[in-house]
Design a binder for this molecule. Sequence first.
Ligand SMILES: Cc1cc2nc3c(=O)[nH]c(=O)nc-3n(C[C@H](O)[C@H](O)[C@H](O)COP(=O)(O)O)c2cc1C
Length: 197
Amino acid sequence: MNTSDKIKLKGGAILAPVPAVIVTCGSVEKPNALTIAWTGTLNTIPPKTYISVRPERYSYNLIKESGEFVINLTTKDLVRATDYLGVRSGKNEDKLKNLGLTVSVGQEVSAPVLNASPVSIECKVSEIIPLGSHDMFVADVLCVNVANELMNEEGRICLEKAGLIAYSHGEYFALGEKLGSFGYSVKKPVKKKRRKK
Ligand SMILES: Cc1cc2nc3c(=O)[nH]c(=O)nc-3n(C[C@H](O)[C@H](O)[C@H](O)COP(=O)(O)O)c2cc1C
């Protein structure tokens, strides 16, 4: 199908699927969390990530003032909390307490880590880039906390066991079946060894 058979819409934030992560911020004594879909990996070495946050969010100043936040990956078990943290504000309530969620202090940052998340990424802000509706917090990834049960004996992270979710056009989805793995399209089939007669 070429472009003349397609419908042209004006530019918008349609990229999908994207993560819907829970970003924790503030302190362990007074933590807050908000849901963020505008996030991603920016660089591998050194590891850099970003979150884009509207300045009117309660979390915005907490992150700006401390220069720290934690990206917590979300799972099927956390999907309701993911939505709640993205529609209620810490300005009016202790969202984490109301959801019965607990935090502990980061290993490299003083920002809180969400205990119920199997993978938490501790981040230190290096740059704030105002883009329009959102400010982009560019950050260094200082360390990653992974639940024990996701590590295999060879030290590989088995993310497929985590029950991760994705966000697509306003809806939450569980990740589906595995379709391939990195480089599988060019992998030569393993030849069966012929038995000597
Ligand atoms: C799925 C989802 C994704 C969201 N993504 C973002 C985002 O990328 N950036 C942002 O500023 N707000 C985003 N929000 C909205 C905030 O999470 C929401 O305004 C939240 O209530 C802010 O909490 P706070 O006031 O306690 O900081 C998202 C909400 C949902 C439900």
